[in-house]
Structures are given as structure tokens and as C-alpha cells.
Design a binder for this molecule. Structure first.
Ligand SMILES: [Zn+2]
Length: 410
């Protein structure tokens, strides 16, 4: 592919490259080649994106993709997962994961972290992984355990090692979805010999690990309980009830955090401690978590909620800015996934993971628009590695049809 996105408002999310009221983005061979006004690329196809924002695709950092199939199930999140999750076949897992991937691309995500906590058999793991790979998204598949897995038994570490030994893929990497001492479900208490063995196995395989630290306030102390196991390869999910000492621990060990404010509040975990995490220098990414709680994949709702809660907590309209929230949703999210050099900004050399979002008649700051006013229906194009994976069924982008070969900049 050799493509120029012509005439959009461009937010590169790269501090050196900055933003352009009107510029072009040249993509070729799956990579970003150049960003700037009036690019002349004689052999490239042109997509007119006038009236749209061009920015890196959203980086989603923790999502249980399989359970989108269970949206609307009655009985509360954990009970519904435990009740229905046990009966799902590999084909069901494939369908649920595929549905989530379609939602992701439709709302401008180009990367997802599949936190798969219903690996009921090796076939279930491969069904989820297959759906993720087939979607065209970039992603991490974190191999977990099955719903209802016994607390005193490790996950299937033999199969994980087998998979990790065989796995080579240009877009999808592997990780471990780790229960830690119990994670998000207060009913789960994993003994040290089990959770330590699991973490050691992941590290022996060179896989990053991700663990929930959440649940009601009574479940405090989960991060401190894992103190000697934290490191730069560790992602903590939620951390809403982390103490100040635990935040210092995260900063010292280099662990990163994924926040999913919509699900965290919906289920009653509490409020994200966004300002405190950022002030402590802890890298933060944003996430969907589960559409059973959020209703849908919607990075715009995630960003807007995060902004509102942080500023409400601070009593300050400017405590967190839309531009900073947009960084968390893109370039900083990529950094938390270990992909800071690969995706998350429109820097030449990175993969061409790009989304195009219609600005409509918005008169002001595009970052303000994206965080407070935009919605998934405004997404016009999603490209992963330069391949168009979603195109709005109405008008693709701006006036936005492919308009043939470039004949030089106007
Ligand atoms: Zn989760």
C-alpha cells in the first residue's frame, strides 16, 4: 500500500511533531512515512480527509473480549460470568472475541489487549487467539485460566509454554492473564505456591504479566501483597483503592496501570485515581474491561468519564486536560503495553495504525472534541498496519473517497 490521507486536522500525539490544522499523512508498506502540509507523493492513492481528525488508533489496554457474548445477562457481572461462562465452547469464545474485535475497529481502536480469563482448554485459547489474529487488529493475547478454575491449581502452564514456544505473529504477542492472589473476584484466594509459580513461569517464557487489583474497599492491600513480584513487565488493572504507599511501590518497581473508569464505577470498585497515578510518574493506559459492564466498546466514553472524575476529585476544571487524556488513550497506552516504539503516535517509522474521525461542525480544539463530544459513529476509517479494517458505511472520511493517484500537492 502507498496512501496519502490528504487535508485532515492531524494530531500526531508525538511531542516533537505536534499538531497540524491541515496536513497530509503518507503511509506505505504498512508504515508511517511522513506527516506534514502539502506532501507530494506521485504514485500514492489519495484519500481526502478534509473535515476530519487524523490521529493514531486508540490503544486499548485490558478487555475480556470473550464475554461480549454475555452482554445483558442478568444476575450481576461475576455471577453471570461464572454461571454462563462455564458452558461456552471454543466456537462461542471465537464468536465473542470476533464480535469484540469488530466493535474495537468500528470505534477507532487499532490495538487491544485480550485479557482472556475463560481459557477452559487449549482449544479455547486458540479459538480466542485465532479470532484476534483474524480481525486484523494489533494486540496482546494474555493467556489465563477458565471461569471457575480451582484456586489451588495453577493455570495450564504446560499449554502456555507450548503455545509460547510455537507462536510467531507479526501483530499479536502473548502475555499472561494472572490471578495474582485473587484479582478482581473477592471469592478467589490463590495460595502463594500457585501464584508465584505462575508468575515465574511467565517470566521464564519472557511473557509480560497482567493482574487485577480491584474489588471493594475491603479488598485493599492487593498491590502490597505482590510487592516482590512487581516489575516493569507487570500491568496492574484498576488500582482504584491503592494506598499512597502502594502507588509509590508501583512507581519504584516500574509497573504500569490500566484504568477502565466506566466499568470500575459501574461495578462499584470506586473512582480511578488518575491524578495520583500520573503525579507519581506511573504510566497509565485506558481500557474497556468488559462490555458486560460498559455496554459497548467506546473509547470516547472512557476518556470523557476519566476526565470528568479526575476534575471532580480535584475541584479543578484544568486538573486533567483533554489532550492529556488523549495521550493516555494513544501514545502512553502503547508505552504501557511495551509498544512505545511500535504504535500509538503518527511518528514516521511506526506502524500505520491510524484512525480518522469526522469533526462535523466543531469549531474549536480537536482534542476537546475527541474527549467530550465525539462518539464511535463519528469514526470514518480505521487502518492497522496501513490496511483498512473499518470504513464508515456512509461517507468514509471527510468527502473521503479514494480519489486516484496523486498529481502533486495543491
Ligand atoms: Zn478486568
Amino acid at each position: 500500500m502507498n496512501l496519502v490521507l490528504r487535508g485532515g486536522t492531524v494530531l500526531t500525539m508525538d511531542p516533537e511533531l505536534g499538531e497540524f490544522d491541515r496536513a497530509d499523512v503518507h503511509l506505505a508498506d504498512g508504515r508511517i512515512v511522513a506527516v506534514g502540509p502539502g506532501l507530494s507523493v506521485p504514485e500514492a492513492s489519495i484519500v481526502d480527509v478534509t473535515g476530519s481528525v487524523v490521529l493514531p488508533g486508540f490503544v486499548e489496554t485490558h478487555w475480556h473480549l470473550w464475554n461480549t457474548l454475555l452482554r445483558g445477562a442478568p444476575g450481576g457481572y461475576f455471577a453471570a460470568c461464572a454461571g454462563l461462562g462455564r458452558s461456552l465452547t471454543p466456537d462461542d469464545i471465537h464468536r465473542g472475541t470476533s464480535l469484540s474485535c469488530a466493535q474495537a475497529l468500528r470505534c477507532g481502536m487499532t490495538f487491544v489487549h485480550d485479557w482472556c480469563h475463560n481459557v477452559r482448554s487449549p482449544a479455547h485459547a486458540r479459538a480466542a487467539l485465532g479470532a484476534l489474529a483474524e480481525s486484523g487488529l494489533r494486540g496482546r493475547f494474555s493467556y489465563g485460566y477458565g471461569v471457575g478454575h480451582r484456586n489451588d491449581e495453577p493455570m495450564d502452564l504446560v499449554d502456555l509454554a507450548r503455545l509460547a514456544g510455537d507462536w510467531t505473529h507479526d501483530r499479536i504477542s502473548l502475555g499472561m492473564a494472572w490471578r495474582g492472589q485473587g484479582g478482581s473476584d473477592p471469592a478467589v484466594r490463590v495460595p502463594p505456591e500457585v501464584y508465584r509459580r505462575e508468575a515465574a513461569t511467565a517470566r521464564g517464557l519472557g511473557l509480560p504479566i497482567s493482574v487485577h487489583a480491584s474489588g471493594p474497599r475491603s479488598a485493599r492491600g492487593q498491590i502490597a501483597g505482590l510487592a516482590d513480584l512487581l516489575g516493569p513487565d507487570t500491568q496492574i488493572v484498576h488500582a482504584d483503592n491503592a494506598s499512597d504507599a502502594e502507588l509509590r511501590l508501583l512507581a519504584e518497581t516500574g509497573a504500569v496501570v490500566s484504568l477502565s473508569p466506566v466499568s470500575e464505577m459501574r461495578i462499584g470498585y470506586g473512582f480511578p485515581r488518575t491524578r495520583e497515578l500520573l503525579d507519581a510518574g506511573i504510566p497509565v493506559g485506558l481500557s474497556t474491561d468488559t462490555t458486560m459492564l460498559t455496554g459497548k466498546a467506546d473509547p470516547f466514553a472512557t476518556m470523557k468519564t476519566l476526565l470528568g472524575v479526575a476534575n471532580a476529585a480535584a475541584g479543578d476544571e484544568a486538573a486533567l486536560t483533554p489532550r492529556r487524556v488523549l495521550e493516555l488513550a494513544t501514545v502512553e497506552g502503547a508505552r504501557t503495553m511495551g509498544l512505545g516504539r511500535v504504535t500509538g503516535s503518527l511518528r514516521p517509522g511506526k506502524h500505520a495504525d491510524v484512525t480518522v474521525i469526522a469533526l462535523g461542525d466543531w469549531p474549536g480544539d480537536p482534542a476537546e472534541f475527541l474527549v467530550t463530544a465525539a462518539q464511535p459513529a463519528d469514526v470514518r476509517l480505521t487502518l492497522v498496519g496501513g490496511v483498512t479494517r473499518y470504513r464508515h458505511p456512509g461517507r468514509p472520511a471527510g468527502s473521503a473517497a479514494v480519489q486516484g493517484r496523486d498529481h502533486g500537492a495543491q
